[in-house]
Design a protein around this ligand. Sequence first.
Ligand code: NAD
Length: 461
Amino acid sequence: MIINNYSISSVLTSQRQYFATGETKSIHFRRQQLEKLKSAIVARQDKILKALNQDLGKPELEGCFELAVLQDIEYAIKHLPQWIKPRKVKTGLEVFPSSAKIYSEPLGVVLIIGPWNYPFSLIISPLIGAIASGNCAMIKPSELAPHTSTLLTELIKDTFSSEYISIQEGGVEVAQELLSLKFDHIFFTGGTKIGQIVMSAAAQHLTPVTLELGGKSPCIVDQEINLKETAKRITWGKFINAGQTCIAPDYILVDHAIKKDLIIAITQCIKDFFGENPSESSDFARIINARQFERLRGLLNSGEIIIGGDTNPDTKYISPTVLDHVNIDSPVMAEEIFGPILPILEYQTLDEAIVFVNSKPKPLALYFFSNNKGKQQRILQETSSGGLCFNETIMHVGITELPFGGVGDSGIGAYHGKASFDIFTHYKSVLSRPFWGDLNWRYAPYTQKTVKMFKKMFANN
Ligand code: NAD
C-alpha cells in the first residue's frame, strides 16, 4: 500500500508539474486532445462493446448508448471557442474609466471516480469536460467492471502521457488513497453513502466536489395517458441494463383507476421485448456480481410477484419482475433498487402522490405520465428532483444541452455540454483600469459631498 501511495502521489506531482508548464491551456491543445480521445474510442468501438458485454452482459445496442460520448466530444470541440472566450460585463461610473471581463481558467489536476453500471461513459463523459477546460486528470474506474477498467487503462495509456491524464485501477483502498491527496476538483459518480465519504475527504483539502449520486426515482402515472406508449417507455427505462441505471424508474405510483390496465400493459411489453423466457433473450443484461444479485434476490419478497421473479445465481440472472401489493415500509421501498424489480404502488389523488414523493429524499429523476398540462404544471411546481420528464423515461440524459445532475441527496452539481466545461473551470473576474481619469472620490479625507453623491446613487439604483 505504501508503495502504491507513493506511486500515486508521485504521478500527481508529475501532473502538477506538467499543468504548471501551461501546455494544457491553449485551445489548440485542448481540441487536439479531444480529437485524440475521439480517435482512440472510434478505433476501439468493438473492444468497448465486448468489455461491457463481459462485465454486465450488456446487449450491443445498450453498449452503443455508452458510445454516445463521441457526440459529446464533437460538441465540445465545436463549442470550445465560444466557451473559452472572455465575457465582457458592464462597469459603473464609480470605476470609470475601466473594463471588466470574466476569464475561464482551468482548475489544475482533477480526480474522476466512476461507478460500474455505465463504466465506460461515466468515466469518459466527465473527462471530456476536464480536457475541454484545460485540466490534467487522474481517473479511477470501478473495480467491479474489470474488463472495462482494463480497456480504459489501455485506452488512456496509449492516448495520453501519464503526466497529463493518468489512470489508477483498483478498489476501495486505491480510492481512499486518492482521496487522501489534494486535487483541485473531485468528480464522483456512485452511491449516496460513498458520496458522503468523498465529500468529507474533500473537505480536508477544501476541494470542490461534483457528486453524481443515485436514489429512488419515482414514476407517477396519471389516468390521462396513452396506455401503450406509457407502458413501453416505462418498461424500457426500467429494464435497460437490467435496471442498473441511476435514473431508472425505481417504482411506479399509479392512479388506482388505471393500475390494473397498466400492469397488463407492462406485462405485455416485457413479453414483447424479451420473449416468454427473458433468460434466452440477448437483449437483457445480467447483474454485475454475486453481492448485488443476493441483495436483489432478497427484495423479491417485498410484494406479490405479478411477472418474473426467476433467478439464476450461476448466470447472475434476475428476470424482469413486477411486484404488486407492496407495503411502503417493505425493504424494496427502503433503498434504491438498482435492478430489474419494479414495485407498483397506487394513489387515490395526485395530492397523495405528490405528498409521498416529497416525503422522500429528492430524487435524481422524476417521471410523470399524463397529457394533462395542469397536472404537469403541478408536478413541475410542487416537487423537486435532479431532472424531470413528462411522458418519457431516461432520455433526458442524452440531451447534451440539458445539465444532468441531482439535487439534495441525489447529488451536487450537474454536467454535460457547457455544464461539463463549467464544472472544471474557475471563472476569474478581472477589472482593468488605465492610470488616467481617476475621479479621486474614494480617498480620505472623505467629504459630505461624496457621501451625499453615494446616497443618491444607491437610492436611484
Ligand atoms: P459506489 O459508490 O459503490 O462506487 C463508486 C466508486 O467509488 C467506485 O469506483 C468505487 O471503487 C469507489 N468506492 C467504493 N467505496 C469507496 C470508499 N469507501 N471510499 C472511496 N471510494 C469508494 O457506486 P457503484 O455501486 O459503483 O454505483 C452504483 C451507484 O451509483 C448507484 O447508487 C447509482 O444510482 C449511482 N450512479 C449515479 C449516476 C449519476 O450519474 N448520478 C450514474 C451511475 C450510477
